[in-house]
Design a protein around this ligand. Structure first.
Ligand SMILES: [Zn+2]
Length: 200
């Protein structure tokens, strides 16, 4: 079972590849808080528990439009190139605070953990459907999110060139260390300090 609580498109891409390449069910959890561009007033909050079953139509993030190629390409650029191409404007280089609200995160993670428990204990009823869940706290509304129809996809389909069920025979879309250092200097610094600390 895989569990993703990442904040960028590259991590979604690696997670979705892992699920389909190695046929592992996954959960993508997170909270999306959208402020109005001009006033900063919060206009939408979405609490997501996305289910990714490793088959076509099972919630593949690519098929749901959650891994746009253009965004992936921008994330792969160096910090300088991102500013040149207007990625988040000048904000792209600043450490923008991303507040986390524990009470909302719990709503996203708890259904996934319970699903994992029911799966591993075999307690799910046959009728239990594995659609993704969304909670809109501003409207106090909880509902299922239907998976979009399968499309030719290089993660979940059997089309030529797809990585579906390829296991170790296909390469995962992970960045090389030099690419990571150029595109995400803060992550690189954090990771290297973590590794140095673990050697002490
Ligand atoms: Zn797909």
């Amino acid at each position: 079972m895989l569990f993703l609580a990442g904040d960028n498109f590259s991590s979604r891409n690696v997670f979705n590849s892992l699920c389909h390449q190695y046929l592992i069910p996954g959960f993508h959890v997170g909270v999306d808080i959208q402020p109005a561009e001009t006033t900063g007033e919060i206009v939408e909050i979405k609490v997501e528990t996305r289910v990714v079953m490793p088959y076509s139509g099972g919630g593949c993030l690519r098929c749901q439009g959650l891994i746009p190629a253009a965004k992936l390409q921008l994330e792969g650029l160096s910090a300088d190139d991102r500013v040149r191409q207007g990625y988040f404007g000048a904000e792209g280089l600043r450490d923008v605070p991303e507040p986390s609200v524990m009470a909302l995160n719990v709503l996203s993670v708890a259904p996934a953990v319970n699903d994992i428990l029911m799966m591993f204990t075999g307690l799910f009823e046959n009728e239990a459907d594995m659609q993704s869940l969304r909670y809109l706290p501003l409207e106090r509304r909880y509902f299922r999110v239907a998976n979009s129809d399968p499309v030719p996809c290089r993660h979940c389909s059997l089309a030529k060139g797809s990585l579906y069920a390829m296991g170790d025979r296909a390469r995962l879309p992970c960045r090389r260390s030099d690419q990571l250092k150029a595109s995400s200097p803060n992550v690189w610094t954090w990771l290297t300090s973590l590794l140095k600390g673990s050697k002490k």
